[in-house]
Every structure is written in structure tokens, then in C-alpha cells.
Ligand binder design. Structure first.
Ligand SMILES: Cc1cc2nc3c(=O)[nH]c(=O)nc-3n(C[C@H](O)[C@H](O)[C@H](O)COP(=O)(O)OP(=O)(O)OC[C@H]3O[C@@H](n4cnc5c(N)ncnc54)[C@H](O)[C@@H]3O)c2cc1C
Length: 403
């Protein structure tokens, strides 16, 4: 096979693309990953909290953890901060650069070709082969199967006609700062908990997070693109400079970096067409309620790699064959994506009345359920089923207080 021809081409060396590449290479399939950045993950804005659901896929060694997470502190408007601790770690705090280097090393050790500083600018299919063109490079790459692992603004999704850009009401917008502090100070202030803040004053239709790493904390805020765009920076600055607890927790820290980025907050059923499949953020594999997507990208990458390998061996890359991938990812985490979207609409878009929402926020058992969902130890559907009695009770209380 010539240097420029592969069985499978993957655009994007995020967790989704690199895990698909590793899986394909292990199966003996010739695969190349095209990545525009020099170091995968280094410039990717991300909170870097990885639930054990993802870490336990056996691909992420614990020594990648900058800090183990054993708990979460949740702040609701007008209420004292609520701490939920677990006997065992529920996840790890990582940097995307370390994750990128690790997954890259695994994929290339398995035999995948990783083409860094190569940006895909076009993909066309003719004679059942894909032709991918690269920026500033006259060479074209060819493959029978194309995997779009190129994130929220996926070129592959658009060029292959699988979908247009995500619409503004399908997107979240985030801004995150990295604040450096001495390691012992971070341990003293946060221990092994991460912190989440909710409320209109903090950021309407979204939330603020503090994820403590080894020698820096990530502080970010995210909401719906359709409602907040230009005010986001102000919410973050207000918190760092003026929020009573924010000021205290981040006192003396140096802001090193402020980054803005989009996240898909939607549920897209379709992720395959003839000769192409989408994985991770490109396919909308991200929780609409928390914005977490690394573990879904890991699952999706592994599933995509297995199905794509099979397709190459059988010589059948039709959409009909590739639909197995859709069926499998839907089975693995489709329910979380669907229910996450419903939950977001319910709470963040005001379908629950203010009284009911604040009643639930002050209920300890509801907060425990919310914490379990956020740290990934309880599936979304089961959380909702368990939360229904609390919700109904708050509605009854709220209607009595009105009458
Ligand atoms: C601020 C923020 C905080 C977040 N925090 C968390 C968190 O704490 N935990 C969590 O689980 N999730 C979090 N997420 C979501 C998480 O980052 C994504 O869901 C995850 O990175 C998706 O992985 P991926 O492999 O699909 O895509 P990505 O990680 O986005 O990787 C896509 C890759 O494709 C490359 N690429 C794009 N276009 C091209 C092109 N044309 N040619 C070549 N290469 C290309 C990019 O450079 C990139 O390396 C956060 C997101 C944001 C924005």
C-alpha cells in the first residue's frame, strides 16, 4: 500500500480518534490519524475531569491522574454549600496534554500512523474511495473508510453531508481559566473534591466548575450559546473577583490562560453514512446537562474501531453495515444523552418553576442523586426515576404555598 493510501483515515487525534485508531491497528487494519495540532490535546480547552466510567475502560492508567476525585461540593443559590463524599475515587483529574500524549503513544505503538500538524481541509468520495486534502500540502490521502473524530466543528460531518454545523441551540459555550497555586494550598482548599456552582447570579442556564489539578485549578463557566454568549467572560470574572467563596478558594492564584470553546449539547441519532462514521463530539457524544464527553468519546472510539475493523475485513463499508456502530453506541450510552437533553430542557430552560427548583435544591437526597449523576456513578435514567418523587413532593408543597 502506498504511503498515502490506508484502509481507514481518522480526522482528529482526540480521545475518540486515538482510541478508534488503536483498536483498528491492533486488528491489523492500516490506519492513519490526521491531526492539525503539534501535540494532541495540548490546546484543547477542557476541564479534564474523567469519571471512572471512562478511566476504567482500562486505557487510562491511574498515574495520569494529577489528583484523584473522591467527592463534589455543590453550591445552590441561597443555600450553604453541600459536600458529597464517596468512599472510593469517582474519577481523576487529568490534563488533556497528558491524555493526548498517552493515547497517541498507545495508538502508534499498536501500528497506527499519526500525522501531526496536518490539517484536513476537504474530503471527497469517488470510486468508493475517500480522498482527503490537507492544508499547505499537495499530497492527498486515500482510504475506504473515513472516521470523523474532529470535534464539535467537524469538517468531516459537513463535507460528507452527514449533517450541517450544529445549530446555536444545540451548542454550549464555555470559558475556562487556569489558575496556578501551590500544590499544598490546592490540597488544603479543595482536598479531593471538585466544586460546582449553580444559579442565575453565577450563570443562567448553565453552571460554573472548579476542577483542582496538581498545581493549578481549572475554573470555567458554561451555558447555552443561544442565550449567553457575550456575558460569559463577565460571569467568570465576577466569580473569581467578587464571589465570597470564589475569592477565597482562588486567593493568591495567577490566571495563566483563559480559553473559550464550544460543546455539543444535543442528541444526534445519525452518525453513519456510506463509508463514513462520526465519533465523540463530532457525533454529539457529550452530556447536554454536564457538558462531559471524554468518557463517551472513549466508548465511541472503542466501538467505532471494532465495527470499522470488521467492515474492512468483510469488504463492506456501506451505511447498512456501519449502522452496527450506531446501535452499539446507543446501547452503551445513548440513554444518557437522550435523558441528559430532557433534563437540561427541564431545569435550565425553566420548565420546572422557580419554587420547585429551589425546593429540590435544598433536598439532601436530591443533591445526592445529582452528585451521583455528575460523577458518573448513576445512569441518567435511574437518577430521573429516583428524583420524580422529590419533584412531585415539591410541586405539591409549592401549590399549597400558593393557595
Ligand atoms: C471548556 C470545556 C470543558 C470540558 N470539560 C470536560 C470535563 O471535565 N470532562 C469531560 O468528560 N468532558 C469535558 N468536556 C468535553 C470534552 O472536552 C469533549 O467531549 C471531548 O474532548 C471530545 O473528544 P473528541 O475526541 O470527540 O474530540 P476533541 O477532543 O475535540 O478532539 C478533536 C481533535 O480533532 C482535531 N481536528 C479538528 N479539526 C481538524 C481538521 N480539520 N484536521 C485535523 N485535525 C482536526 C482537533 O485539533 C482535536 O485534536 C469539556 C469541554 C469544554 C469545551
Amino acid at each position: 500500500m502506498a504511503d498515502s493510501a490506508f484502509d481507514v483515515l481518522i480526522v482528529g487525534a482526540g480521545p475518540a480518534g486515538l482510541l478508534a485508531a488503536e483498536s483498528l491497528a491492533v486488528q491489523g487494519v492500516s490506519v492513519a490519524v490526521i491531526e492539525k495540532d503539534r501535540v494532541p490535546g495540548k490546546d484543547k480547552p477542557c476541564g479534564g475531569f474523567l469519571t471512572h466510567m471512562g478511566a476504567l475502560q482500562g486505557k487510562i492508567p491511574q498515574n495520569l491522574a494529577e489528583r484523584q476525585t473522591f467527592g463534589i461540593s455543590i453550591s445552590m443559590p441561597g443555600l450553604p454549600i453541600h459536600h458529597v463524599d464517596y468512599p472510593n475515587p469517582v474519577g481523576i483529574q487529568i490534563t488533556r496534554e497528558a491524555l493526548g500524549r498517552h493515547l497517541c503513544q498507545r495508538a502508534s505503538a499498536a501500528g497506527a500512523k499519526i500525522l501531526l500538524q496536518h490539517q484536513a481541509i476537504g474530503c471527497k468520495r469517488s470510486d468508493i474511495k475517500w480522498r482527503v486534502t490537507l492544508k499547505g500540502n499537495s499530497k492527498e490521502l486515500h482510504a475506504s473508510l473515513l472516521i470523523g473524530a474532529d470535534g464539535v466543528n467537524s469538517l468531516v460531518a459537513r463535507e460528507t453531508g452527514l449533517r450541517t454545523r450544529f445549530l446555536s441551540d444545540q451548542l454550549g459555550v464555555t470559558i475556562q481559566a487556569q489558575v496556578t497555586l501551590p500544590e499544598d494550598e490546592i490540597t488544603k482548599r479543595f482536598g479531593s473534591r471538585m466544586e460546582l456552582y449553580y444559579g442565575r447570579e453565577i450563570c443562567p442556564y448553565g453552571y460554573l466548575w472548579i476542577f483542582p489539578k496538581r498545581e493549578r485549578v481549572y475554573v470555567g463557566v458554561g451555558s447555552l450559546l443561544s442565550v449567553v454568549t457575550d456575558r460569559l467572560q463577565r460571569y467568570l470574572t465576577n466569580f473569581i473577583e467578587a464571589h465570597p467563596r470564589g475569592k477565597e478558594q482562588l486567593a493568591g492564584g495567577n490566571i495563566q490562560l483563559m480559553e473559550r470553546a464550544l460543546v455539543p449539547l444535543t442528541y444526534e441519532r445519525q452518525s453513519v453514512a456510506d463509508g463514513v462514521l462520526l465519533v465523540g463530539d463530532a457525533a454529539g457524544h457529550c452530556s447536554a446537562i454536564t457538558g462531559e464527553g471524554i468518557h463517551y468519546a472513549i466508548f465511541a472510539g472503542i466501538i467505532a474501531g471494532a465495527v470499522a475493523g470488521n467492515a474492512i475485513r468483510k469488504g463492506d463499508v456501506s451505511a447498512r453495515f456501519l449502522r452496527r456502530y450506531e446501535t452499539q453506541w446507543n446501547k452503551a450510552f445513548g440513554s444518557d444523552l437522550k435523558w441528559g437533553l430532557r433534563l437540561r430542557n427541564f431545569f435550565f430552560q425553566g420548565m420546572a418553576s422557580q419554587n420547585v427548583s429551589s425546593g429540590m435544591a435544598s433536598n439532601q437526597r436530591f443533591l445526592q442523586l445529582a452528585a451521583d449523576l455528575i460523577v458518573g456513578i448513576r445512569p441518567y435514567r435511574s437518577t430521573i426515576i429516583r428524583a420524580i418523587p422529590h419533584y412531585l413532593w415539591q410541586r405539591v408543597k409549592s401549590s399549597f404555598s400558593r393557595s
